[in-house]
Design a binder for this molecule. Sequence first.
Ligand code: SF4
Length: 194
Amino acid sequence: MTAERLITPTELRQHHYCPRVVFFERCTPVRRRETVLMMQGREKHQAELKRERRRTLARYALAEGERRYDVRLTNLALGLTGELDLLIVNGRMAYPVELKHTSRPPDPGHKLQLCAYALLIEAELGLSCPHGLWHSSRTRQTHEIVFDARLRNRTRAAIQTIVDFIVAERCPPPSTQTNKCLECELRNFCGDTL
Ligand code: SF4
């Protein structure tokens, strides 16, 4: 796997939302403009990360652990590269943490994203990741995402799917959920949608 074909955990989430979002970014000069909502989301995320440093591990149901921030990992065999905001390490066990400013529970795209970090951590740091933690800064709820064999297989399959269309420069089908297209800033470039 060459470096330019490495997939990020964020792209796995985006791919689950709509495969074309990743295709446009990787295979065309088309770039998504940052909307006001995106900018506000990014700012809230940064503010939450600052607050996170002052909190205990109780919200993650962990008695102890070392927090590591901005953990950058790359593994050519997995075809993955990415930077994790927060990793909690307790002995040989590690728990990737994802903070989101949303009132919705984690969707399958979020689970793929977190599992991709787990695969990277296990491959590069030699630690075990039984589950990850997905925390909503809106609802204050933390969801435990178990990295079982099914989710790991789905994550590896999604990486391969993305690599395949990047290599072939083949535009994937549009999202079947047309409500996504209605509010999509790439809509003008998708001639076969609404
Ligand atoms: S307009 Fe629809 S199909 Fe095109 S990128 Fe956006 S969500 Fe995907």
